[in-house]
Design a protein around this ligand. Sequence first.
Ligand code: TYD
Ligand code: MG
Length: 455
Amino acid sequence: MAKSPASFSCSQCGAVHPKWAGRCDACGGWNTLAEDAPLATGPGSRTLGGARGRRIALSSLATEEAPPPRAGSGMEEFDRVLGGGLVPASAILLAGDPGIGKSTLLLQVAASFARRGLGCLYISGEEAPAQVRMRASRLGLSDAPLRLGAETSLRDILTTLDAERPDLAVIDSIQTLWADMVDAAPGSVSQVRSACHELVSFAKKRGTSVILVGHVTKEGQIAGPRVVEHMVDTVLYFEGERGHQFRILRAVKNRFGPADEIGVFEMTGAGLAEVPNPSALFLSERGQSAPGSAVFAGIEGSRPVLTEIQALVAPSTLATPRRTVVGLDPGRVSTILAVLESRCAIPFTGLDVFLNVAGGMRVIEPAADLALAAALLSAREDVALPADMVIFGEISLSGALRPVGQAENRLKEAQKLGFSQAVAPERTKAEPGEGMRLRKLPDLVTFVGEMFGAG
Ligand code: TYD
Ligand code: MG
């Protein structure tokens, strides 16, 4: 039989190339192409032809079957991110920077599930059982009926899973696994792809839920082929700033629940502690109102979260002034600087701009635009905003303010935390509760006039 033509995949973006090259055309990465080992080759040259297949049983959308029961781990923050608990036979990928606490989180989660009567296996390809046991005893989990294994051979892991049939298997990590039928190093595109494929198929066939740990690249993407993210049901990112104790678990894809849901944890000496009220935590370090600080009333998934946006504006000595942004989208920041300059005639030329979200939180909502502009203006004018004020709203390129969703929830959360003023776009359809003053403004120019005088 003719050998199937070789193909090469980029280990960064997963693009497939017919020939090897030093540089990937798709993402521009250097030395990232590796030859794909052929997987099982189906019938080569034959087409489906006229031979008939089996008729598929078709069904209607309305089924009498009850939705699958979800298992709760007892860790509320984790269960909510999954969409209300673990769905049987689901495949979950947890990605995050090294040392962020993935192994710690999953050990705690698996132990919680095991204590609630689920059969759980924790298979580590990175640490020896003694290391995992040591961590478990530090976390006070030694009594949980969780079974440990240290293995990297995919074949042995699948055999074990098949014999044990656990309800949940944690595999730490997908990049350490190697399948003997694939002729490539562990962590390479073809190894990661086949390990993920085998484990996900096992989960679907046998009803075991699997949680796979995935490493991320320097750019923050899951290392290995992009298809891994398509194969699994749920993709979770565990993120946090180095030096901060807060960790945020974010669902970026979820077939069984809302995406963009977050769970907030705090890394303590005894493992990860849940943070049921993140707003209070993110604002706890806030002192008296100072120039450059604005409180944004945001929504993360189904939950309102207040965060403090901090800005510093200083004369620059550089030909191209600095734009240092942590926790916000730099593209969005440039857009707002441009809108301030061209619609409100407030230039930032010759000024260094530093922006930060307090507590290591990452804000991706466009609703943060107005709070971001407020922080920038407050820093530039050296005028503090009222300490009891929250801000939300999207800024369009014309400088108009656009209303955002869930205004009611934002206002309620702000009031709960003791704020008594809010600024929002004009067409916001929400009324504040008793004792809260809401100012609805049509555009950025009016906002500048109201907050900082004529500018
Ligand atoms: P780990 O779960 O090993 O990270 P990952 O699997 O994502 O690489 O977490 C390692 C870090 O967590 C390590 O730097 C120490 C810290 N840590 C604590 O602060 N407290 C604890 O109780 C534990 C277990 C870890
Ligand atoms: Mg680890």
